[in-house]
Design a binder for this molecule. Structure first.
Ligand code: 5GP
Length: 142
């Protein structure tokens, strides 16, 4: 497996060199909206530790990412009126991974509404800003 590349796009977001629509942050993880959501509220949960994916992250950091993914999923259910949550996490190119800093996709779902294809359509900045506001308020409250 290749080494971690500190210039990947999510590493730049973690360092504050690129912007994001943040929904949650603590000392070990950051969660922000996917700019090409497969459904409204599609959130990415990342460890702050530099890991490509599940194959090189420490078990403790992976466990923390799972805890944050659960928080985001519960906040989406409570706040967005979601009917379910799809969780995805891809490892290496053949596993479907495109950006090589570990991230877990938390995708709120509505009954009968299929997910859009991956990375198919950029969401409007206003819609992302409003969604980040709603989810971050829910996460701050619970
Ligand atoms: P994966 O590596 O798990 O296949 O997917 C990478 C995800 O990152 C895609 O869902 C894509 O829409 C998202 N993405 C790509 N570039 C950016 C970006 O600059 N900002 C954000 N927030 N998401 C991105």
């Amino acid at each position: 497996m290749p080494a971690y590349d500190p210039n990947n796009i999510f590493a730049k977001i973690l360092r504050g060199e690129l912007p994001c629509y943040k929904v949650y942050e603590d000392d070990k993880a950051l969660a922000f909206l996917d700019i090409m959501p497969r459904a409204p509220g599609h959130t990415l949960v990342l460890p702050k530790a530099p890991a490509r994916n599940m194959l090189d992250i420490s078990p403790d950091d992976l466990a923390h990412v799972a805890k944050v993914a659960q928080k985001v999923a519960k906040a989406a259910m409570a706040t967005l009126g979601s009917d379910g949550i799809t969780v995805q996490q891809f490892n290496e190119g053949p596993g479907g991974q495109v950006v090589f800093h570990l991230h877990v996709h938390v995708i709120p779902r509505k009954s009968g509404v299929p997910m859009k294809p991956a990375a198919s359509e950029k969401e409007k900045p206003e819609a992302l800003a409003e969604m980040a506001k709603r989810l971050s308020a829910a996460l701050a409250g619970g």
